[in-house]
Design a protein around this ligand. Sequence first.
Ligand code: GLA
Length: 394
Amino acid sequence: MTAARPPMGWNSWNTFGEKIDEELILQIADRMVDEGYREAGYQYLIIDDCWALKERDEHGLLVPDPKKFPHGMKAVADYVHGKGLKFGMYSCAGVMTCAGYPSSYDHEFSDAAQFAEWGVDYLKYDFCHFPENADCQNRYHRMSMALKATGRDILFAACNWGKEESWTWMRSIGAHTYRSTGDIFDNFRSFMGIFTSQLEHLCQSGPYCFNDMDMLTVGMYNRGNVAIGKTCTDGEYRIQFSLWCLSGTPLIIGADIREMKPEMKELLLNTDLIRINQDEECRPPCLLGKRSVAVPETDRENAVEPIRMVKDKLYTLLKHLSHQEFVIAFYNLFEEEQEMNCIFADAGLPYESGYGFHMRDIFTGEDLGVKRDYFLARVPGHDCKLYFCRLEKC
Ligand code: GLA
């Protein structure tokens, strides 16, 4: 069934924006298979905005740009399916897409039928140019119905950026995933802002309707369409990927997988992290502790006096997995290494229970044996440490 687990795949937007064509999509399909991404679970290949001509045809139908897609979309879908992958496309609930192409407002049922005919398995449905007086919830409901009316199993990936608190109603109108924030950019500040804004909403995310914190920028190193700010370090990408895994949010790669740095490929294909994302119980992480510090605000322009603001710098999270397994995760947002402490009583496991956690480091594989009462980790600056844990009598 569609979206029993967070969907995984690749999307053209983050790196390629408007510069998409058939050759690129076919090459990506090949690489998804040859480099092991499909095998690891990344099954959707999604073409984002900018695939159509600027005008509909005389029957009111969307037309793939023949310069970009000379053999039409059915041919692309067939190739993608032939590789054992699923095919995704993009439209928008407003009167134009974000990049100014025709979109599905008042064309919901005919466009959905067209997508089904081409063999589309996933539709990302954006929110630009949405008429001021139109009813947002009703329009997303309408496209959800239009996709169902096709009789084809199409994953409905709603993308209204969290407007009208999408986590409170997207499940009810049939969406399988819903974007809950504005766009991600390929920098640390952007993705940490997204994660912290969604942490308390993740309890409303689960099988068949997942909170989508936007596409991964892991491995982009500021190449592409969403490059603003300081290039991420490998440690920062480890933070992003593992937070997306712990949160059970869709894993949609945005980097060019034809030119992926080996360390980043290894990260995206890490079977332990993917297993955490795909765990059958789909529970969000709980926050065991965070440490906040007052720091001078350096980012505000024209500040007339020194302003201090509070930033959360250390996060300790715990996630329940199925079959009596857990993950403890430490996130250090300081530039320098920090010692981080997890008191097991904070996770419901006091010393007097007679139980401890048998721990294994997820990145190194090292077996740390059984720890009772607490665990201390040294975490490098802008990096993270994650441990699988099992209860053991001690
Ligand atoms: C919006 C979406 C992005 C991307 C662009 C395409 O900004 O949030 O993910 O689809 O539109 O124009």
